[in-house]
Design a protein around this ligand. Structure first.
Ligand code: DHB
Ligand code: FE
Length: 280
């Protein structure tokens, strides 16, 4: 049977991908940030699952306001890096896992989560930056990936609780997959940030810290946050944090925090990273 191997939360700030792609890690602005990634990367080098479910959002790359689905699973065998305006990132093509992806679709829909299914989905910084965070710049990504795309762009987004509950159903689906493989799950986006409007530049470290503490000790507390709570406390794009709840829901009720890194600012955003492991 498959099992849940680990969880990670990480922001997916595009500037991080650009810094790696253009060799800027040694510059004054970036040194402290990339130093903080080192323990996470060392852990990922030693602890490699077979498949990672990456929970992310598309930023008008694969989808637009013409088609909006709340939760979409990518079931193809490969996903090309999206062109976000400067040509696609020169990172490896993302290799999928169609058999597990279809199993997830079936198990989740039978559990009454009505997933949309994508056979062809270019993946943007929301998915490729977390891979760069974990694995830097290899010739091929060392894991297979199932993209799980969440609408955090167009109101009404799913609730924080719905996201947690989806994670619980994903755990059940993984545990009912017949092959002996290790599956990790990453929640991406956030932490507090607002990229536009009068409050552009919002960063709220107190809110981010409580949110990460709750992921370890009291995940249900994070399911009670409303959309307005996220927008008021974490800025209009801070609502991406609901995707970390999907990751947390897929972990055991009790978890151990193996590593946490918080760095402000990265671009206009609070960067957060947390690696979790089931403790039972
Ligand atoms: C930026 C974009 C994002 O999608 C995000 O999650 C954080 C920051 C940006 O454009 O800086
Ligand atoms: Fe984003």
């Amino acid at each position: 049977m498959a099992k849940v191997f680990s969880g990670m939360g990480t922001s997916h700030i595009p500037a991080v991908g650009a810094a790696i792609d253009h060799g800027k890690q040694g510059e004054d602005y970036w040194q402290g940030y990339f130093k903080g990634l080192e323990p996470a990367r060392a852990w990922h080098a030693q602890n490699r699952p077979d498949v990672v479910i990456i929970v992310y959002n598309d930023h008008a790359s694969a989808f637009s306001l013409e088609q909006i689905s709340t939760f979409t699973i990518g079931v193809s065998d490969k996903f090309l890096p999206a062109d976000e305006g400067y040509g696609p990132r020169k990172v490896p093509v993302v290799q999928g896992h169609p058999a597990l992806a279809w199993h997830l679709v079936e198990s989740l829909v039978l559990d009454e989560f009505d997933m949309a299914i994508s056979n062809n989905m270019p993946v943007d910084h929301g998915l490729t930056v977390p891979l760069s965070v974990a694995y830097d710049a290899p010739a091929e990504w060392p894991v297979k990936v199932i993209p799980l795309c969440v609408n955090v762009i167009q109101y009404p987004q799913p609730t924080a609780k719905r996201c947690h509950d989806l994670g619980v159903a994903i755990r059940k689906a993984i545990h009912s997959y017949g092959e002996d493989i290790n599956v990790s799950i990453w929640g991406t986006g956030g932490l507090s940030h607002q990229l536009q409007g009068e409050r552009a530049g919002v960063i709220n470290s107190d809110f981010d810290t409580v949110f990460m503490d709750n992921l370890v000790n009291d995940p249900i507390a994070n399911t009670k946050l409303t959309h307005a709570d996220f927008i008021r406390e974490a800025g209009s794009e801070g609502i991406e944090m609901i995707m970390w709840n999907i990751m947390r829901g897929a972990m055991a009720p009790k978890v151990e925090e193996l590593y946490r890194f918080y760095h402000v600012p990265v671009s206009n955003t609070a960067y957060g990273l947390q690696i979790l492991k089931d403790s039972e």
